[in-house]
Design a protein. Structure first.
Length: 257
DNA sequence: ATGACTTACCCGGTAAGA
């Protein structure tokens, strides 16, 4: 089973590239972030024509998450939104069962400029995710909690770590909360597969960052113990970032036995 | 230290991303 996460940065703006990627790489499950489209503007019929079913949580202009599953797989939404703050209206979390695997698709807040209210929101959101993850990690079923975490976990995850020290993605508090999450028993799948390599999933639109490979790794796939046992391979579809009108993120994927 | 790109929104200027 091939499971991918892809911050597409505008569902409708990137639709041709998304369809090309689905056709080329044929993921069984594709988690998308930053749909930037209201619920009823989600291009469901196009996605279905491409051979996928979908559940999604849209929002006007910003955020938005979706889970796509290849036709033939049983896709059932479990819920949307993270518990812990009824006033939070941002669409950043959706959870579904795909056959026997639980898929949690998330778009963690960016948090810049930091410090400030946006960083406070990020910290609170990470606390809420921690609560949620504590329950999920213990399940006997396989759970994959994946998405755009907006966290650079360590120096190995940036071409030039020193450039990010004043950024919410790389603040000590951010890295610490991510580590605490892993300590619950989650495996960072890509880091597990490539313990010593600089692997990037995002490259700035500015300054020709992709051509210089000046990237960061912020899209993560976390596995509970049941899923970690099934981990086989993984990687980043860098060719998508090199294509026409690309998102600034590249699809990041794993395969489970 | 700043700015460089790109999107959505509603229609050129702002807000947001990371």
């Amino acid at each position: 089973m091939k499971i991918a996460t892809f911050n597409i940065n505008g569902m409708n703006a990137r639709l041709p590239g998304l369809l090309q990627w689905l056709a080329d790489k044929s993921p069984d499950v594709a988690c998308l972030q930053e749909l930037k489209t209201p619920h009823d503007k989600f291009p469901l019929s196009t996605i279905e024509e491409a051979g996928y079913s979908a559940v999604w949580h849209g929002q006007k202009s910003w955020n938005g998450v979706a889970i796509l599953a290849k036709a033939g797989l049983k896709l059932e939404e479990i819920g949307r939104g993270l518990p812990g703050d009824p006033a939070d209206e941002q669409s950043r979390y959706i959870e579904a069962r795909v056959d026997d695997t639980i898929i949690c698709c998330l778009y963690l807040p960016n948090g810049n400029p930091a410090p400030g209210p946006k960083f406070d929101y990020k910290m609170a959101w990470m606390d809420r995710l921690h609560e949620k993850a504590q329950g999920l990690v213990q399940l006997k079923e396989s759970v994959v909690m994946l998405g755009d975490y907006n966290v650079i976990p360590g120096d190995l995850d940036a071409k030039r770590p020193e450039r990010w020290v004043d950024d919410a993605l790389f603040f000590p508090e951010t890295k610490e909360k991510y580590q605490k999450l892993l300590e619950l028993g989650w495996t960072d799948a890509i880091r597990k597969l490539y313990p010593d390599e600089k692997i990037f999933t995002y490259w700035d639109y500015f300054r020709n960052a992709f051509a210089r490979d000046s990237g960061i790794r912020i899209d993560h796939l976390l596995l509970n113990p049941a899923a970690a046992e099934r981990l086989e391979t993984g990687g980043v579809d860098r060719d998508v970032r090199a294509g026409e009108k690309p998102s600034d993120h590249a699809p990041t994927w794993i395969t489970l036995k």
